[in-house]
Design a protein around this ligand. Sequence first.
Ligand SMILES: Cc1ncc(COP(=O)(O)O)c(C=O)c1O
Length: 372
Amino acid sequence: MTDLYQIADTSGILSPGLLFYADLIRQNLARAVELVGDPSRLCLHVKTHKCPEIVKLERSYGITKHKCATIAEAEMVAQCGAADALISYPIVGPNVQRLVALVKAYPATRFAALVDHPLSAQMLSDAMSKAGLVLDVLMDVDVGHHRTGIAPGPEAIALYEQMNRLSGLRTVGLHVYDGHNNQANFVERETETLKQFNPALKLRETLSVKGLPTPRLIAGGTPTFPIYARMTIPGLECSPGTLVLHDHGYGAKFADLKTFTPAALLLTRVISRPTPTRVTFDLGNKAVASDPGPGKRLILLDVPAHEQVLQNEEHLGIETPHASQFKPGDEVLAIPTHVCPTVALHRYAYVIEAGRLVGTWAITGRDRVLSV
Ligand SMILES: Cc1ncc(COP(=O)(O)O)c(C=O)c1O
């Protein structure tokens, strides 16, 4: 494991430091394209990396469509000159006018947003038509996650008809996110995913029989990616995010995702040895996501038997009978359990290529507001 992550000279890396292994990111992107067969069938979520350099890297694999969770992420994507940015998050309040400003500011990017309620359809329509703009909209379909979306059924058909009638909006299809389909066993995950996806497919068929346009159907995250990737449904796009950087959480849980390799690590240094069995690192919960709970937020590579017993804002304490092997300044690499919120805690990542530090990449999309 450590061979994969070796760095010739770490003297330029401040700790705690976020590391992006560019070769492994490329490998993950290549595998995603290989699994799905055609990069135009990918709409990768940028919330995992929030990094313009990775948006550009994705383009070099023919990936031009991006999912975003925030207006700032969508602006970051547009600043990279990307063709397509979908904000897969309900737009309400002052964000409606921000979206108008974003669409105006970046005419080269085709933006899209989700709708799951008649009121949001109306608000977007009013704002876009007043500004003389037309925004692509997809209906967010709830297949069981119960976070956002509208259940397939008569109300969903009525909403889609309304969206299609409203000025300032162009209805372009359906969005399905099933983050709850995270069963460790692949067959169980697949069975449940297909069962729940079917009503969304039937809804699409009904809309199409009614003469309504549904060219796009954007589905899933990383755990369901292998399931959607092998479907041959016209217009289907897969929208995983995590697999670009991958992490310990998904890596440990999903044997079928072993084809992806964690590509974002943390470098930490020993800062203290307060007791004969305690080693303290500079890796607190301001450098690694505090989701999941204490003791489970990361794995330390090549540290002999130990238990993570303490984590504060800037400290990580482990208990180990091997503590005497460690001295202040010793370096250890860690794989985060949940990479997406971990990346968002860092302003930049150190980029490692062929075992050498070659520069830094900004995590631009971690800010809530860029220019609009
Ligand atoms: C709407 C939406 N689509 C796609 C994804 C990507 O999922 P994953 O992180 O499993 O790749 C997420 C993750 O939170 C999401 O919320």
